[in-house]
Design a protein around this ligand. Structure first.
Ligand code: C2E
Ligand code: CA
Ligand code: CA
Ligand code: CA
Length: 277
């Protein structure tokens, strides 16, 4: 509709129609994807400064019968728009906790942590806290090994109600991480109030850290801010050794990126793996 206001002709653009059609078809398929077991989780290791695997982040994959692997960048925004993210998000939490319970039970790594992405739309559900507690209880994981990753978009809505929910889950031992920090609507005032444990430096900053002075300056500022709020810092999107060295030297606590591992199917994730770095 915004596009149409700027340029009437776009209404008749076949390209636009195809896009709309494609979206509609994708939404239709997505409604059924859960029942067909087409939604699976990949896991990406999170590394500590001694280069051991501290935990993993669960990342959703949609194995579509025709389109193949559909990127979450494509279908998560759709699912957020129409509310499908609520049942899908619950399924994700359930699958991730089940996998963690299995790894913890198999004694592969008892202290392994699991990070799960939570959309603001999920957090805003009135029964969100109960839902999370129920999944934790049902799967039998240690609540303290679960981290929920939220984004700055929670600041746009009722931040007080979000804080209340975060507090009651933190009382159970669940950890919270603020994802994509610096890319969205940031309010330093809110950040101070937010009862969280980790702050994730977005991969867009990490990507430019060596070439672009302002990205490096922003990263330095984010790290200083996180330290003053006593948050642990996770850097994501690390692809080479120079980036890692810079982030280590500047005081980041945890590290994630293709340098260590891409997100992997659980069968391919070697938790005992000695990292290449
Ligand atoms: P995110 O939470 O910021 O996840 C990090 C993204 O960066 C992942 O993309 C990951 O595969 C990618 N990545 C990791 N290391 C590197 C690297 O070294 N270089 C580069 N270029 N990329 C790297 P992915 O898996 O495509 O997920 C994209 C986004 O989709 C996620 O961003 C998250 O916002 C969303 N998402 C994924 N799974 C879920 C989910 O279960 N629930 C919700 N609500 N959102 C999800
Ligand atoms: Ca994340
Ligand atoms: Ca992120
Ligand atoms: Ca992101």
């Amino acid at each position: 509709a915004k596009e149409a206001g700027r340029n009437q002709l776009t209404i008749f653009s076949p390209l636009l129609q195809d896009k709309a059609l494609e979206r509609a078809l994708l939404v239709q398929d997505l409604r059924q994807a859960q029942d067909k077991d087409e939604l699976i989780l990949f896991y990406q290791p999170i590394i500590d400064s001694e280069k051991r695997i501290k935990g993993v982040e669960a990342l959703l994959r949609w194995v579509h019968p025709i389109h193949g692997m559909v990127s979450p960048e494509k279908f998560i925004p759709l699912a957020e728009e129409n509310g499908l993210i609520v049942p899908i998000g619950e399924l994700v939490l359930e699958m991730a906790c089940k996998q963690l319970a299995k790894w913890q039970h198999d004694d592969i790594q008892k202290t392994l942590t699991m990070a799960v992405n939570i959309s603001v739309r999920q957090l805003n559900q009135p029964n969100f806290v109960e839902m999370v507690k129920r999944v934790v209880a049902r799967t039998g994981i240690h609540a303290s090994s679960l981290t929920l990753e939220i984004t700055e978009s929670i600041f746009q809505r009722d931040v007080n109600s979000a804080i209340t929910k975060i507090n009651s889950l933190r009382e159970e031992g669940i950890k919270f991480s603020l994802d994509d920090f610096g890319t969205g609507y940031s309010s330093l005032t809110y950040l101070k109030q937010l009862p969280i444990d980790y702050l994730k430096i977005d991969k867009s900053f990490v990507n430019d850290i060596l070439e672009d002075k302002s990205s490096a300056a922003i990263a330095v500022a984010i790290i200083a801010l996180a330290k003053s709020l006593e948050l642990k810092i996770v850097a994501e999107g690390i692809e080479d050794h120079q980036q890692l060295d810079w982030l280590l030297a500047n005081g980041c606590d945890f590290f994630q990126g293709y340098l260590f591992s891409r997100p992997l199917h659980p069968n391919n994730l070697q938790l005992t793996l000695e990292t290449k770095a």
